[in-house]
Design a protein around this ligand. Structure first.
Ligand SMILES: Cc1ncc(COP(=O)(O)O)c(C=O)c1O
Length: 424
């Protein structure tokens, strides 16, 4: 913003000045409202929902969900939101709650696995995932002092069941399947993974951070959806993000367990010996902001089953158009058979980094990853699918005409800068 190092102003500024500076600072942010970004934002194209969420966050601006006795309304909203999702995923009410996002849901699921394994006398619990599992699992293992074994995927990018079976041993705490995985949008064979878990007597987490709020409606639309939720015997927990295809604003995910005992294991209690009284908390955070909880509840109530189905229809239509259009561009192909509205496309002979750069110059931002470009399709994209395909065709032509990329290796989320953020 300025060359002078930031400092606390000696005199406070009025709100108009602060807002002007805040807005000025946004000059290089992605313009997500135009639907030209395919990650980080899940654009519902719903003005009424946006107004509702803004209103809800004002309503709960200051409240703190840390203490459900002081703000019981928040405890009720959290319970209701988690139970609404449990209903969708064929889970049991009262066996889960909200977290701040997919990473925290995954972190808590890994914590539960570690504690459950320790109770079984395992000192050095191990997590077994596919190589395509979200980095949140590696991060959780790092933070919780656990080891992760990553098993390969097949040519369709789905976890290889026999490799997982071979990797599971006496120290295994939990096996993981993605529904779907981020890079390729394919669902791991959840039934087989859960069967391995049952045989080994270990936990089985399904990472449905991406798919949890879309797959139930994809199924209702008659799309082929392999079994992945609590209907699968052996699945013991599921993460599903409300700030992705739940269309709430950031800071909301659900972590559901099959049984309440597992949910209890998630909680931390301090009896008061520290001097500050009884302290109980179900997530990694202490103070918990109220707006994401109230916002998630409001989005679920506002959209309801018919609203989510309407959104899923738009996403499916946009996905079909985009996939067919991409396949029709000479030299490009979708690199997997996605189970949902998330996929990668690439090329044998076109420099995809050059394509990405040409697209960026036109203000389009597909996510960049090592195997090509990646799209997560939102309801709004149905409006701009044709425009994107035209821009993509032009970008491919430019790349064919000899344009070369001068960027470094692609990183997750499409930024080559160190510390770049992920594409969720
Ligand atoms: C499959 C999957 N799991 C977990 C996450 C992590 O979610 P968050 O970024 O909300 O922490 C993501 C994010 O994209 C994801 O795609």
């Amino acid at each position: 913003m300025s060359a002078v190092p930031p400092h606390l102003p000696v005199e406070g500024q009025d709100s108009a000045a602060v807002l002007a500076r805040l807005r000025d600072n946004r000059h290089d942010d992605a313009d997500w409202r135009s639907g030209r970004i395919f990650g980080l934002i899940f654009h519902p194209d719903d003005d009424e929902l946006e107004e509702l969420l803004a209103e809800v966050s004002r309503e709960y601006l200051a409240e703190n969900a840390l203490n459900p006795v002081r703000f019981p309304s928040l405890a009720r909203l959290e319970r209701e939101a988690a139970d609404m999702v449990a209903g969708l995923l064929h889970g049991t009410p009262g066996t889960g709650g909200l977290t701040s996002g997919g990473t925290e849901s995954i972190f808590m699921s890994v914590l539960v696995a570690r504690e459950t394994a320790r109770k079984r006398g395992i000192d050095d619990p191990v997590l077994v995932t596919a190589i395509t599992a979200h980095p949140a699992f590696a991060k959780a293992c790092h933070l919780l002092g656990m080891r992760q074994i990553r098993v390969p995927v097949d040519e369709g990018y789905r976890l290889v069941v026999e490799e997982m079976r071979a990797a599971v041993g006496p120290d295994t705490a939990m096996v993981v399947a993605s529904a779907p995985c981020y890079p390729y949008g394919v669902i791991d064979p959840v039934e087989e993974v859960a069967a391995i878990a049952r045989e080994a007597g270990v936990l089985c987490h399904v990472d449905a951070c991406l798919g949890g709020m879309m797959l139930p409606f994809w199924e209702r639309l008659g799309e082929p959806v392999p079994p992945w939720d609590f209907r699968v015997d052996g699945v013991t927990s599921i993460s599903a993000d409300l700030h992705k295809y739940g269309y709430s604003f950031k800071g909301a995910s659900v972590l559901l367990h099959r049984d309440v005992e597992q949910y209890r294991t998630q909680w931390w209690f301090d009896d008061g010996a520290w001097g500050g009284g009884l302290y109980g908390s179900p997530t990694a955070a202490g103070t918990r902001p109220a707006p994401p909880i109230a916002g998630a509840w409001a989005a679920l109530r506002h959209l309801g089953e018919d609203g989510y189905l309407r959104q899923a229809t738009k996403v499916r239509d946009a996905t079909r158009r985009l996939m067919a259009g991409i396949e029709a561009i000479e030299g490009l192909s979708i690199t997997s058979t996605p189970d949902l509205c998330v996929f990668q496309f690439g090329s044998e002979d076109v420099d995809m980094k050059a394509v990405a750069e040409a697209l960026a110059e036109q203000g389009w931002y597909p996510n960049r990853q090592p195997g090509g470009l990646h799209l997560m399709v939102s309801p709004f994209h149905v409006r701009v699918a044709d425009e994107f395909l035209a821009a993509l065709t032009a970008a491919v032509d430019l790349a064919r005409d000899g344009r070369r990329s001068d960027a470094g290796p692609a990183t997750y989320g499409g930024t080559a800068r160190p510390g770049g953020t992920g594409g969720s």
